[in-house]
Write a protein that binds this ligand. Structure first.
Ligand code: PBG
Length: 336
C-alpha cells in the first residue's frame, strides 16, 4: 500500500488572495494606532528630527493640523512629548509640575479643538532635568525613588487638571502607578486613564527619541539601568505588570516593541488586560534608513511590523508610522 502524498497541502489556502484573506487570523486597524508627537514651545516652529526621517518637532499652532489629520484618519489617540528649552531644565525637573507649562497648555488647547481625539501624556522627568535622567539624583548619582514619585504625582495632576485623557508614566520608579492613581482619585480625576509603561527596558533603541526631546546631550554617557529593566529578563516583566495592575493601571505597555514581542505575548497570555507595545524611535529609524537606501520596501515592512504586534497579542501600538499606516489602510480597501 502506498500512502497518498502529500497528506496535507497547507498551500491550498494560500493559493488565492480571497482565501488568504478569509483565513487570516490577525489584522491591523486604525483603531490600534497611537501617534507619538514632539511639541515645541512658541509658534510657527517646525524642526525635523535628523535621526527620524518624516518626524518633526512642532509648535502647538502647527500641531493642531496634525491633530486634525489624526481625527480625519480615525487615529484614536495622540501621545505628547515635550521639547523643553535648556533654561527651564533643572536637577529636580520641577518645570514638569508647572500648571502653566508647555504640556498642560497643549493638552487644554487640543482638547478644546478636538474633544473626540484621545490625548495621552508622558509622565517622567527626563525632558525637564538638566542631567536627562527620569528622576532626582542623590550625591552619588543614584536616582531617588520616593522623592521622584512625589514629583511625578504633581506632574500627573497638572496633566489631569488640563484635561488629559490618558496618563502614561514612563519613568519606571517603584510604586508610581499606585501613588499617581491615589492622587488622581483624591482630586476627583476618576476618569483619567493610566497606561503604565510596565515593562520598559533599558534599551539602546531610544537613541533618536533622546535627540528629539533634547535629553541625549545632557544624559551623556550615563544610562538608565538602575530603573529601566534588563534586556535579559522576561519573568521580571510579568512581576512589573502584576504590580502596575494591582496599583491601578487600566492598560499596560511593553517597550521597545519588535525585539520584545515575546514579552508582549507573555503579558497578554498571563493577564488578559489591554496590552500595548511601543515601536520606539530606534525601530522607526532603522526601518526608515533601510527604506531610504532602497534596501527594504517602506510600506511593506511598515505594515508587516505593525501586524506582527497584533499577532503577538498587542491591543494597540504606539508608532511614529501611525499616520502613514492609517493612510495605507485607507488606500488598500481590498487587502491582498
Ligand atoms: C521618557 C521616554 C523615553 C521614551 C518614551 N518616554 C526615553 C527614555 O526612557 O530614555 C522613548 C521613546 C522612543 O524611543 O521612541 N522617559
Amino acid at each position: 500500500m502506498t500512502t497518498p502524498f502529500p497528506l496535507s497541502r497547507p498551500r491550498r489556502l494560500r493559493r488565492d488572495a480571497f482565501s488568504r484573506r478569509l483565513v487570516r487570523e490577525h489584522a491591523l486597524s486604525v483603531n490600534d494606532l497611537i501617534y507619538p508627537v514632539f511639541v515645541l514651545e512658541g509658534t510657527h516652529r517646525r524642526e525635523p528630527v535628523a535621526s527620524m526621517p518624516g518626524v518633526e518637532r512642532l509648535s502647538l499652532d502647527l500641531l493642531l493640523q496634525v491633530a486634525q489629520e489624526c481625527v480625519n484618519l480615525g487615529i484614536p489617540v495622540m501621545a505628547l512629548f515635550p521639547v523643553i528649552s535648556g533654561h527651564l531644565k533643572t536637577p529636580d525637573g520641577i518645570e514638569a509640575t508647572n500648571p502653566q507649562g508647555l504640556i498642560p497648555q497643549v493638552v487644554a488647547t487640543l482638547k478644546q479643538h478636538f474633544p473626540s481625539l484621545g490625548i495621552m501624556t508622558d509622565v517622567a522627568l527626563d525632558p525637564y532635568t538638566s542631567h536627562g535622567q527620569d528622576g532626582l539624583l542623590d550625591e552619588n548619582g543614584y536616582i531617588l525613588n520616593d522623592k521622584t514619585v512625589e514629583i511625578l504625582q504633581r506632574q500627573a495632576l497638572t496633566h489631569a487638571a488640563a484635561g488629559v485623557d490618558i496618563i502614561a508614566p514612563s519613568d519606571m520608579m517603584d510604586g508610581r502607578i499606585g501613588a499617581i492613581r491615589q492622587a488622581l482619585e483624591a482630586q476627583g480625576h476618576i476618569h483619567t486613564r493610566i497606561m503604565a509603561y510596565s515593562a520598559k527596558y533599558a534599551s539602546a533603541f531610544y537613541g533618536p527619541f533622546r535627540d528629539a526631546v533634547g535629553s541625549a546631550a545632557n544624559l551623556g554617557k550615563s544610562d538608565k539601568k538602575t530603573y529601566q529593566m534588563d534586556p535579559g529578563n522576561s519573568d521580571e516583566a510579568l512581576r512589573e505588570v502584576a504590580l502596575d495592575i494591582a496599583e491601578g493601571a487600566d492598560m499596560v505597555m511593553v517597550k521597545p516593541g519588535m525585539p520584545y514581542l515575546d514579552i508582549v505575548r507573555r503579558v497578554k497570555d498571563e493577564f488578559k488586560v489591554p496590552t500595548f507595545a511601543y515601536q520606539v524611535s530606534g525601530e522607526y529609524a532603522m526601518l526608515k534608513a533601510a527604506a531610504q537606501n532602497g534596501w527594504l520596501d517602506h510600506d511593506a515592512v511598515m505594515m508587516e511590523s505593525l501586524l506582527a504586534f497584533k499577532r503577538a497579542g498587542a491591543d494597540g501600538i504606539l508608532t511614529y508610522f501611525a499616520i502613514d499606516a492609517a493612510q495605507h489602510l485607507l488606500a488598500s480597501k481590498v487587502h491582498a
